[in-house]
Each structure stands twice: as structure tokens, then as C-alpha cells.
Design a protein around this ligand. Structure first.
Ligand SMILES: *Cc1c(COP(=O)(O)O)cnc(C)c1O
Length: 384
């Protein structure tokens, strides 16, 4: 299947700065996760598929036979349906009553996180004469949304008895799964299974039980249950520097630009806003046309590196909104030379995890921060 032909990938603009999304790596990661856990996968594509492009990523996962997709907001789910995505889509965020009709109209699965919300969903479904497909959200320690596991029984009973809701799933979310040694995950799993056991005791059919995010997939087999919900690891990035690399994955995103300007900065002169970096000898400095206005973190000012002609060079001075400067020392660079910000060049590589550590943020923030000002280009994925 031509995986992205109807996916409306953004036209490749003239802009020399671009994100390249490797759909073959995405498919590899999905296969790798599947083989590791041995249960169906809900591919998480919220937040523009972690910066990789919501629709092309979702269509490719669908072409690869992903069992289910997950997003955060109903708007993201509607965008998927409008783009022709037909796979089951769960909206994981808390819902607002007035939106329920939209879920049902677009065939989106609803997270029901309280008895009140169950009643709202039932009312909307009855008014439309169309059943709603729901997943119950149990709070086992995250304290975000969901009915507390210790008081979930009446909630579960009402959902099982509901005439207008199809109980497809029951789930919870892990708070500490990035940390392989945290006892929290075991406690959350126990609480979740105890809530699920109530359904069994009622003699009702067990819906799909799902609990594991990427950290759960990597570290905690007892959380895999009937389906897993990986986000970041699907994109080939570890949730935390301390994560155990138990699943072989390849980075899906790379980010590159080109040298737009070259000059020599004389000893004693400073570079960029605030004059925070000073050349202590004459040195060659190039300018790269990407900045925090694209989501490249300003925290990488005088901290990050880039690759030019196979060599690693430091960013000097503050990252501006649209540009930053790089000290290439005695190296050479020409206008239009490729500058790799994320990815490999020669025998060097810069990972999202590296950038996150340097910027003092989590890898998620680097990925989702890269915004739509940067064109995305999709490689692979189409069978020849
Ligand atoms: C975002 C999210 C995930 C995926 O998390 P990763 O750490 O990226 O794997 C899974 N489940 C829920 C409920 C989420 O909100």
C-alpha cells in the first residue's frame, strides 16, 4: 500500500532546514516492540506524533497493521478521521460533556474517567441513537484523571450495565515506569489488576486491559497485559537516559539545516545577544538558519553541538529565534554545507537524548517542541 499517498505530507518547501522522518525505522520499531511484548500495540500519535507529523505517521502505522491508535484530544482524533485513518482511535484525555457527540460522530473511542462522565456519554449516545465505544480510566497513583482504584466498583458496575456504551477497554497510566527500579509500577499494576478482577467477579466479559507506556514496555513485563501503549519508544527515542534498552529501536527523526553564512570572528569579539560568548582567538564562525522559533531549545545556547563535514562543532552564544552561530575553529565550511542537528553525519551522531540532557529537559520536550515552521520530509515506507 502506498503508505502516505493520501497522507497530505507538507509540501517540501524551499527552506533548507528540515525534519526527515524515516518511515522504515518507524515500521522497524513497531515490529520490534510487538516481538518484545507479544501483545497488540496502540501506537500513540498525540502531539503531532511526537513532532513527526500526525497524519503521515498514523497512516503508516495503520499500513503496518497497528491494532489501535491513541491521541490526547478529540481534535486530534477528528484530524485522523478526516485524513482517512480508519484504525480504531482512543482519545486518552479527559473529556468535556459538550464534545461527546463529536466522538460518536467520528467513531472515536472515549476515555470515561468518572461516573458523571459515563452518564454524559450515555445521554449523548442515546440522543444520537448510536452506541459509544468506551475505555474506563482507573487512577492507580497518577492522580491525573480516572476513578481511584480503591473506589472503582460502582463505576465499573455502571459501565458494565450501560445500555449505550460498549465497554471495549479498561486502563490506567504509570507514573514512574521510566525508572526500572521504582516500586511504584508494581503497586500500580496490583491496584489495576484488582480493579479488573471486579469485572471478572461480576461474570462480565473482560475488556482489553492496557497499562504500559514506553517505560512499561521497556522495563515491566507484568504491565503488558492485553495491549501496550508506546509513544516515545515507537519513535526510536528512550523515555529517560537511565532507561534500559531492552527493545532494539532506530531513531525515526533527523533534523538538518545548511550553513547560511561564514565569517571570521576576531579575538575579543562577542557573538549573539547578551554578548555571552567571547572569542579568545580569531576563529571561524558560521550561522545556521534555525532557532527557538522552530522549537530548537534556547537552552542549548553555548551548550549544544552540530555536525558539519563529519565533525562536531559547538554552538556559541545564544540561540536566536531564527538562527544560531557555530564555532568551527580552524575547520572549513561553505555556504549550503549540511548541518546536522539531530541524526548522523560521517561517523558522528547527535541523538534526541543527547540534546535533552544538554538542554536540561526530557527527550519528549525536544521532539514535540519542533514545530510546523520546519518542513517534514518522509522517506521510505512506500513499497517499491
Ligand atoms: C502519552 C501517553 C502514553 C505514551 O507515553 P510514552 O511514555 O511516550 O510511551 C501512553 N498512555 C497515555 C495515557 C499517555 O498519555
Amino acid at each position: 500500500m502506498p503508505a502516505i499517498s493520501s497522507g497530505n505530507p507538507p509540501a517540501v518547501s524551499e527552506r533548507p532546514t528540515r525534519i526527515v522522518v524515516d518511515l522504515d525505522h518507524l515500521a522497524f520499531n513497531l515490529r520490534s516492540i510487538r516481538a518484545h511484548v507479544g501483545v497488540p500495540v496502540m501506537g500513540i500519535v498525540k502531539a503531532n506524533a511526537y513532532g513527526h507529523g500526525l497524519v503521515p505517521v498514523a497512516l503508516h502505522l495503520q499500513a503496518q497493521g497497528v491494532e489501535q491508535l491513541g491521541v490526547a484530544f478529540v481534535e486530534e482524533g477528528i484530524a485522523l478521521r478526516q485524513a482517512g485513518v480508519t484504525a480504531p482511535v482512543l482519545v486518552m484525555g479527559g473529556i468535556f460533556g459538550p464534545q461527546v457527540a463529536q466522538f460518536i460522530a467520528h467513531d472515536l473511542e472515549i476515555t470515561v474517567s468518572s461516573l458523571d462522565k459515563l452518564r454524559q456519554v450515555e445521554a449523548a449516545a442515546e440522543a444520537m441513537g448510536r452506541k459509544a465505544v468506551i475505555h474506563l480510566k482507573i487512577d492507580t497513583g497518577m492522580e491525573r484523571v480516572g476513578v481511584h482504584s480503591y473506589s472503582a466498583r460502582p463505576f465499573i458496575e455502571a459501565a458494565v450495565a450501560s445500555k449505550w456504551c460498549v465497554l471495549k477497554g479498561i486502563y490506567s497510566h504509570l507514573a514512574c515506569s521510566d525508572d526500572p527500579s521504582s516500586p511504584m509500577t508494581g503497586q500500580q499494576t496490583e491496584r489495576f489488576l484488582e480493579a479488573c478482577a471486579h469485572i471478572e467477579r461480576m461474570g462480565a466479559p473482560m475488556p482489553i486491559r492496557h497499562l504500559a507506556n514506553s517505560g512499561g514496555v521497556l522495563h515491566f513485563p507484568e504491565t503488558w497485559l492485553d495491549m501496550v501503549r508506546p509513544g516515545i519508544v515507537l519513535y526510536g527515542v528512550q523515555p529517560d537516559p537511565a532507561s534500559h534498552r531492552t527493545v532494539a529501536v532506530k531513531p525515526v527523526m533527523s533534523l538538518a539545516s545548511q550553513v547560511v553564512y561564514f565569517k571570521v570572528v576576531k579575538a575579543g569579539n562577542t557573538v549573539s545577544y547578551g554578548a555571552t560568548w567571547k572569542a579568545d582567538h580569531d576563529t571561524r564562525v558560521v550561522t545556521v538558519p534555525i532557532g527557538y522559533g522552530d522549537g530548537y531549545p534556547r537552552a542549548l545556547s553555548s551548550r549544544g553541538d552540530v555536525l558539519i563535514r563529519g565533525a562536531r562543532h559547538p554552538i556559541v552564544g545564544r540561540v536566536c529565534m531564527d538562527q544560531f552561530m557555530v564555532d568551527i575553529g580552524q575547520g572549513s565550511a561553505w555556504n549550503e554545507d549540511e548541518v546536522v542537528l539531530i541524526g548522523a553525519q560521517g561517523d558522528q551522531a547527535i541523538t534526541v537524548e543527547d540534546l535533552a540532557q544538554l538542554a536540561g529537559v526530557i527527550p519528549y520536550e525536544i521532539l514535540v517542541g519542533l514545530n510546523d515552521r520546519i518542513p517534514r520530509e518522509y522517506r521510505g515506507g512506500v513499497s517499491a
